[in-house]
Design a protein around this ligand. Structure first.
Ligand SMILES: NC(=O)c1ccc[n+]([C@@H]2O[C@H](COP(=O)([O-])OP(=O)(O)OC[C@H]3O[C@@H](n4cnc5c(N)ncnc54)[C@H](OP(=O)(O)O)[C@@H]3O)[C@@H](O)[C@H]2O)c1
Length: 323
């Protein structure tokens, strides 16, 4: 498949790398002026959770780059994984230049689809979510991937293009979990993350959070309130597997996450290496505002706001990209 990935951020680079290795023709679109810094490639330290016993591997991703996009470029798919607040600004470019390509939005969503619908017909796009992550450090991208991705058509249909995309990811060794209501899945995931993120700010960082059952318990209790905001938006939260550990007794849920994060190294790395602190902060506030608008009480979640805005230590320092 001929793929265009928007940007050379964490998620776009990880999936660009694995899809290129699986034999696909992958190009990255970067903002005008950014290509030169990436010309020599991106150094990767990569923990590959598709393997049974993963170990950190070093690699160099020599990516194909463009700074322009035209409808005549002939891409089959444009993979978009930007910070959720960056999406709107990208839509005019996609609306004018995607050509015949399908657009796969592959990032968080909390704001719904109204803005996208102003630019693209639903027949043009579908949604998914990565199970990978990490962050840029001074010496390159430090990232991990797990062997699964989420995908879904907005209306839940099993379309031919969903089948094609499933094949694309499966060819790269990734299991595809197709969601019947991908938008609601994204909101549930966003809410869960917001609770955990807020607790991480209070704990002083991801590692401190993951090493402490009491801190994880706070994250679960905050996440439970965040899920109540989803419910107020009409989401059947209990139908989502990911929400279940937030509904169990909080100590139990916290202990389960603690154990999982001790044993699942890629999952731990995804969480610990995340450097996009500004997006995490924006996510926290987006959910808080929706909760206030819908008059959902979120006392535990709200109380963590002071730590989100003024964390006890500086967490998640980012770094320039490219070698
Ligand atoms: N990082 C993680 O561990 C992780 C894990 C799971 C999910 N996610 C989610 O995945 C999404 C992407 O996260 P990320 O960490 O990959 O973000 P990121 O590293 O900031 O990557 C975003 C990329 O998109 C590019 N971009 C944004 N708007 C653009 C535009 N108008 N034109 C060209 N390029 C544009 C950015 O370029 P510039 O640098 O030029 O802006 C950057 O290269 C987010 O929703 C995040 O929540 C991330």
């Amino acid at each position: 498949m001929k793929l265009l990935v928007i940007g050379a951020g964490v998620i776009g680079t990880v999936y660009g790398y694995v899809l290129a290795k699986a034999g696909h023709d992958v190009t990255h679109y970067v903002r005008p002026g950014k290509q030169a810094a990436l010309q020599k490639g991106i150094r990767l330290r990569f923990l590959d959770g598709r393997k049974p016993d993963p170990a950190d591997e070093a690699g160099l991703y020599r990516l194909k780059l463009v700074e322009t996009l035209s409808p005549a470029d002939g891409y089959d798919l444009i993979l978009v994984s930007v910070r959720h607040y960056q999406l709107e600004a990208l839509l005019p470019l996609l609306a004018q230049n995607a050509g015949q390509a399908d657009v796969l939005f592959f990032n968080g969503n909390w704001e719904g689809l109204d803005v996208i619908d102003r630019y693209l017909p639903r027949s043009k796009y579908l949604w998914g979510f990565p199970v990978a992550g990490g962050g840029y450090q001074a010496d390159g991208l430090d990232a991990a991937i797990l062997g699964e991705v989420r995908l879904g058509e907005i209306d839940g249909q099993r379309t031919p293009r969903l089948k094609r995309l499933r094949g694309l990811f499966e060819q790269a060794g990734l299991k595809v979990d197709v969601q019947d209501n991908i938008l609601h899945w994204l909101w549930v995931h966003f809410a869960i993350n917001c609770g955990i993120i807020a607790a991480a700010f209070k704990a002083g960082g991801a590692r401190q959070l993951l090493d402490s059952v009491p801190a994880l318990r706070q994250g679960i209790l905050a996440g439970r309130e965040a899920l109540a905001v989803c419910r107020a938006r009409g989401v059947e939260v209990d139908a989502f597997e990911d929400a279940k550990s937030f509904m169990a007794p909080a100590w139990l849920g916290a202990a389960a996450v603690w154990v999982m994060m001790k044993t699942n190294r890629p999952a731990r790395k995804i969480f610990e290496r995340h450097t996009a602190v500004d997006e995490l902060r924006r996510m926290y506030h987006d959910l808080l505002e929706t909760g206030e608008r819908l008059r959902v009480p979120t006392p535990r979640y709200s109380a963590l706001g002071a730590y989100v805005d003024h964390p006890p230590v500086t967490i998640g320092r980012g770094a320039p990209i490219g070698v």
